[in-house]
Each structure stands twice: as structure tokens, then as C-alpha cells.
Design a protein around this ligand. Structure first.
Ligand code: ADP
Length: 260
């Protein structure tokens, strides 16, 4: 009898907890929906406007080209928004496939750098860095996002440095430094929130989704690392993340792994 009473109690506790979890999830989902709708409506409205203008029969070639390029930019922006929202969703629902393996940072960096041909990025990887234990696609995404931000929020041709060093003997710290706009102190605590963007005149013309850093944080944490940054407004920033070193992990490759 005691047993069944205990079972009843734990059942109702479980039910309550599950109920609360679902409620939080619904709240988070509707918040995400509201934000997403807002984020989609601006580029869609301007796309509509550019397309209406393009339909004008009396446009000259240079105007047509200009409007087409604006349409292309907005489509690119929407595409990026969609990719980032999907990745966030998969991470959230724990359905993002994570394939952990032993990886050389130099190789991953090479892959990420190919996305920025001609950009003023300098690498400073020391010899003999240990291999890392992580997911190739996810690490390249993080590197690409941090490099893209460093370039985007810096004056043209301002150098961006990327490097790495061991942190203790279990982690590797990878950093991206820029000498660009930096981040106002008041915005710093919120930077990794989904859709959070700094509202300051010095970057009013720079487009973005406010999802890049939120995604980086989730991807890094998904692989057992942490993200951090230091920044001075007007001087520049250094963003860094850690990942486990592979030597201390099983040397046989693990199977497809869905993160707990
Ligand atoms: P997005 O760049 O799409 O707005 P992110 O999540 O990547 O979104 O970044 C959030 C905000 O943090 C940006 O709006 C930007 O103002 C600021 N930020 C991110 N990286 C840098 C950087 N390297 N230098 C200055 N500001 C940055």
C-alpha cells in the first residue's frame, strides 16, 4: 500500500513537472514565432517593394541592375535567417545529428576561410596543437559565424586574426580577434540571446539576423565547450570558444551521436 501511495505521488509529480515543461515550451515557441514573424516581415516588405519597382516598364538598365541586386541581398538574408532558425530548432529539439570525431583545427579553419575569399584574415596557429573532438559541420559553422561578424563589424581592410592555444590539457581555446566597432558595455550581457542585435548608430547600416551568436553558443555547448568574448566599444572584440581535445577521448570513432 505504501508502495502504491509512493508511486501515485511520484506519478503526480512527474505529471506536474511534465505539464510545467510543456507550458514553458509553448511559451518559448510562441515567443519564437512572434520574433520570427517580425524578422520575416521586414525583408518581405522590402522585397515586395523592389519587385514592384522592377515591374515598371520604363526602367533603365542601371536602375534595373540596382533593384535586382537589392532583391538578391534580401533573398540572401532570408536564406540565412532560415538556415539559422532551422539549426536552432534542431538543436532545441535535440534532433541535430552530431557526429563526433577527431579533427585538425587547421583543416577546419581552411574550410571556413574558403567562405571569405580575399578577406584580410590572418591565422596564428601554433605547431603541434592537439586534435579536437567535435563535429566538423558544427565547428565550421561556428568559425564562419565568428569570422563573418569580425569582418562585418570592422572597417573594410581592417585585419582579423584567428588563433588557438591549449587551455589546460583537456581543452583547446580558439579565438577570433578584430579591431572593429566593438560592443557597447550595456549590450554585452545580452549578446548570445536569439534575435538580439546591438542598436547603435555605428552599425545601423549593417544587416543581420541576431541569431549568429545564439547559434554559436548552442553549437559549442552541444560539443562540450564554452563561448566567451571581450570587447571594448570603439576598439574591437575577441570572441573565443573551447572544445575538448581528442587525445583524452576514446580513440575509436564513435557512432552517430544524438546529444543528450
Ligand atoms: P547579427 O550579426 O546577425 O546581428 P549576431 O548574433 O551574430 O547577429 O550578433 C549579435 C550582435 O552582436 C550584432 O548585432 C552586433 O552588433 C554584435 N556583434 C557580434 N559580433 C561582433 C563583433 N565582432 N564586433 C562588434 N559587434 C559584434
Amino acid at each position: 500500500m505504501f508502495d502504491s501511495a509512493a508511486a501515485d505521488l511520484s506519478d503526480s509529480e512527474t505529471l506536474l513537472r511534465e505539464n510545467q515543461r510543456l507550458r514553458h515550451q509553448i511559451e518559448a515557441n510562441s515567443q519564437l514565432m512572434a520574433l520570427l514573424t517580425h524578422q520575416l516581415s521586414t525583408p518581405l516588405t522590402s522585397l515586395q517593394g523592389w519587385l514592384d519597382l522592377l515591374a515598371e516598364p520604363n526602367l533603365d538598365l542601371s536602375q534595373r541592375r540596382e533593384f535586382l541586386s537589392l532583391v538578391r541581398q534580401q533573398v540572401h538574408h532570408l536564406h540565412r535567417l532560415l538556415t539559422e532558425v532551422l539549426a536552432l530548432h534542431y538543436l532545441d529539439s535535440e534532433s541535430l545529428g552530431t557526429h563526433l570525431e577527431s579533427l585538425r583545427l587547421a583543416e577546419l579553419l581552411h574550410e571556413a576561410l574558403e567562405l571569405f575569399p580575399g578577406a584580410p584574415i590572418q591565422t596564428a596557429l601554433s605547431e603541434g596543437l592537439p586534435p579536437i573532438w567535435g563535429d566538423r559541420w558544427q565547428i565550421v559553422q561556428v568559425l564562419a559565424n565568428l569570422l563573418s561578424n569580425a569582418l562585418k563589424y570592422s572597417p573594410e581592410a581592417s585585419p582579423v586574426l584567428v588563433g588557438a592555444e591549449p587551455q589546460g590539457d583537456r581543452q583547446l581555446k580558439i579565438w577570433v580577434r578584430d579591431y572593429g566597432l566593438g560592443i557597447p558595455a550595456a549590450d554585452q550581457p545580452h549578446l548570445f540571446r536569439s534575435f538580439y542585435r546591438v542598436q547603435h548608430p555605428d552599425r545601423a547600416q549593417i544587416a543581420g539576423t541576431g541569431l549568429g551568436l545564439a547559434l554559436c553558443k548552442l553549437l559549442v555547448e552541444n560539443q562540450g565547450g564554452t563561448v566567451a568574448f571581450e570587447s571594448t566599444h570603439g576598439e574591437g572584440s575577441v570572441f573565443s570558444f573551447t572544445l575538448p581535445v581528442s587525445a583524452l577521448f576514446p580513440s575509436t570513432p564513435r557512432d552517430e551521436h544524438h546529444h543528450p
